[in-house]
Design a protein around this ligand. Sequence first.
Ligand SMILES: [Zn+2]
Length: 421
Amino acid sequence: MNKTLKLLYYSVFLASLSGLIYYGHHLQNTKTPGLEILEQEPVSELSLEEAFPYVIEPRSTLSSSLTELGVSPQVIQEIVTAAKPIENLARIRPGIRFQIFKDETSEIQGIEFRFSAVERLSVKKISGTWSADKIKEQVDIQVVTFSGIVNMSLWESALNAKMDPNLISELADIFAWEVDFAREVRVNDRWRLTVEQKLVKGEPIGWGSILAAEYENAGTSYKAVLFRNNGEEIGYFTPDGASLRKMFLRSPIRYGRITSRFSTRRFHPILKIRRPHLGVDYGAPIGTPIRTVGDGTVIFAKYNGGGGNVVRIRHNSMYETVYKHLHGFAKGVRSGTKVKQGQIIGYVGNTGLSTGPHLHFEFYNSGRYVDPLTKKFPTAEPVAPHLLTQFKAEAAILLTGLPGWDSLQAANKTSSDSSMN
Ligand SMILES: [Zn+2]
């Protein structure tokens, strides 16, 4: 790819993030159950800056902003009072845009604040009295499709497809149990997806859910379909209704007692200081078996200072778990060992910085500590039997709506042609 083209992709990417560019050629009015393609209203000709020319500047208030525009303190007070039941304008955030309406005598008659693409507040003077109204824009949903092929990276394939890369991260999350996207992405892997796009007055304002997706990894195809029942998102499933998730075991110890919970601040019994406890402690006798809470690969199994004997397991590109203070490791557990959910990886001990026999268990989501006791993991149950017929019918339609691979190859050819210019 030449420099100009790269720059073009970058600017298109930026524009797509700010919602300014509308990819007409990617739009597809796929008919899907429960989805209606709404008629679009004509697009407003005014830009955001034209429609809402004023902005609450950093370190200023509504009062100071309006005073600068020549509005009297009394009128400012009337506006704030009228809006109070709906919005406290005395605490309005910097960055909020607004417009004002004046009569022939330059007297202010109305003011409108734009809180977001979908929400405005209008304060108007009607027959001498100020009153306020919250205005919610109607959000329309349209269905859009994208497809891509990996040349260098998954990210780059999204940019080449002129797709918001946030959507490729979502696709990677959906298939996180099937493909390790940090390690197993191959050149010529391809993907395609159908996603909801939110519009206000015909302008894209953001994305809804991915409805269906396929990822082809080293020739093996993985498919996912979103299942909704009565408006509730149940989760992503394979076309035959199996879950794409593998739930974690609730506990790495079968009969352990929780002796210390996850906390961002606690008194450390040995160090005698307050510091976060970013894991869960299970009290259990020395030698109690410890199980891995999910399938994965051991990436660390050795003595490590305060942690004593430590095992770290990578479950997929998102999740890792760590087990500390072990008395010893299970046979064959070393760096690189593949383990199955529930497999014994070691035994409870008192090694490292520990006041008594216990397991210190840590859970990481994308490199960050999370509390495994409160984090809600997506369901791992298949589609409920009584909903399976409904699901399969919807899935078939959604999968048919995915874009063809042909268009993808054609698009790729075009981009390589243009880079030779
Ligand atoms: Zn602990």
